[in-house]
Design a protein around this ligand. Structure first.
Ligand code: NAI
Ligand code: MG
Length: 372
């Protein structure tokens, strides 16, 4: 029996291209793993009415980790229109399979390292090394939403804020509500994960991102939880910054930042900003990490216009494989893989289109594999 079981979820579009590239690298590393392909994405929504079929959930219960490519998702009005006729009329609601995976398996950490590798022509500045910890299960992504808004909730809101109710008197479909729900437990554990990482990786500072001066209830709780947890790590500097301010500061002085921790929405946005500073979507790697399972994925989507062309950059996925190796406890292989990526970037001989070259997805993977 193989040492590890890894679920292999290419998904849609370029998800397939980049996972083919990852396979080349994984084969060269001779990881003792059984690769188990699984179904996810638009195709399964269209044909079965579920983008995350139960058999995939069952598979995820049996593996040590998963590598996921990307999925296509569309707004709900067009989503219904594409369903196969037999499924129409069943009142199916499209739910993002990624968000569902995160919630089902309590993958509460979204870890997004953003590092500039020397020689990458897409670097905003050299020597950037920021690690983002994004809360991954709640906040504005809790999925608690009302549209149309029922009369009952509408009335409740009117009484809640009688002096200023822009929505007073509005009919149900004239406004919509998405709830930002933050719990103390989830806030504490994501902040603790950030501080633990800082401690274990000799990082100096953790920056807590919030907007507690305006979003007083939910961000206030997040900040309070962060302050409590920070007390357990006196050797690590804890800094608090407003989410809007940090967008400016990150661009101005990216070298001032080390480990960032944020509630779900802010973390999502900030991590894209950080990824762009180190090369953009072709370099944005990530891990969705829980206690029992972790799902690794490039942060880009399915880029339909490049699907099947083997043109896009696989480095985001290959660095996600590196993260997966670390999670599995294969630190030596992870280190070797990162060094191979760094070497290929530094040499500058093999570059995909986003880096100004014309090499294919698989040529890039092959070049990295040969350095292993
Ligand atoms: P996208 O990330 O798929 O692509 C946007 C553009 O970024 C592409 O057209 C391409 O120019 C560039 N790009 C993306 N990945 C690249 C790579 N590896 N190398 C080089 N260039 C790359 O975002 P878009 O077009 O907004 O969304 C397409 C679909 O993907 C949508 O259905 C969206 O909902 C879905 N999506 C899925 C995500 C996921 O699976 N995690 C994340 C983001 C979007
Ligand atoms: Mg995003």
């Amino acid at each position: 029996m193989a040492k590890y079981r890894i679920a292999w979820l290419p998904g849609d579009g370029i998800g397939v291209d980049v996972l083919d590239a990852a396979k080349i690298v994984l084969d060269h590393l001779s990881l003792d793993a059984e690769i188990l392909p699984g179904d996810i994405g638009w195709e399964f929504w269209r044909t079965e009415g579920d983008p995350l079929p139960q058999r995939t959930i069952d598979l995820l219960h049996q593996v040590d980790a998963a590598l996921f490519g990307a999925i296509t998702s569309k707004p709900s009005d067009s989503a219904e229109a594409e369903l196969i006729p037999e499924l129409q009329g069943k009142h199916l609601v499209y739910r993002s399979p990624i968000v569902r995976m995160r919630q089902l398996f309590d993958l509460y950490i979204c870890l997004r390292p953003c590092k500039s590798y020397a020689g990458n022509p897409l670097n905003y500045k050299e020597n950037i090394d920021i690690v983002v910890f994004r809360e991954n299960t709640e906040d504005l992504y809790s999925g608690v939403e009302f549209a149309p808004v029922s009369e009952e909730i509408s009335k409740l809101l009117a009484t809640y804020s009688p002096n200023f109710s822009p929505f007073q008197g509005l009919a149900g479909d004239q406004f919509a509500i998405s709830c930002k729900i933050n719990t103390r437990l989830a806030s504490q554990r994501i902040v603790r994960a950030a501080f633990e990482f800082a401690r274990n990786h000799q990082r100096q500072k953790v920056t807590v991102i919030h907007k507690a001066n305006v979003v007083r209830a939910s961000d206030g709780l997040f900040l309070q939880a962060a302050r409590e947890v920070a007390k357990d790590y006196p050797e690590i500097q804890c800094e608090e910054t407003n989410v809007d301010a940090i967008c400016m500061w990150l661009l101005k002085n990216p070298h001032n930042y080390d480990v960032l921790v944020a509630p779900n929405l802010y973390g999502d946005i900030i991590s894209d900003l950080c990824a762009q500073m180190v090369g953009g979507l072709g370099f944005g790697c990530s891990g969705n990490i829980g206690e029992k399972l972790a799902v690794f994925e490039p942060t880009h989507g399915s880029a339909p216009k490049y699907a099947g062309q083997y043109k896009v950059n696989p480095i985001a996925t290959i660095l996600s494989v590196k993260m997966m190796l670390d999670w599995l406890g294969e630190a030596e292989k992870a280190k070797r893989l990162e060094a191979a990526v760094a070497e290929v970037i530094a040499e500058g001989k093999v570059r995909t289109y986003d880096m100004g070259g014309s090499h294919s997805t698989l040529e890039m993977a092959q070049a990295i594999a040969e350095k292993l």
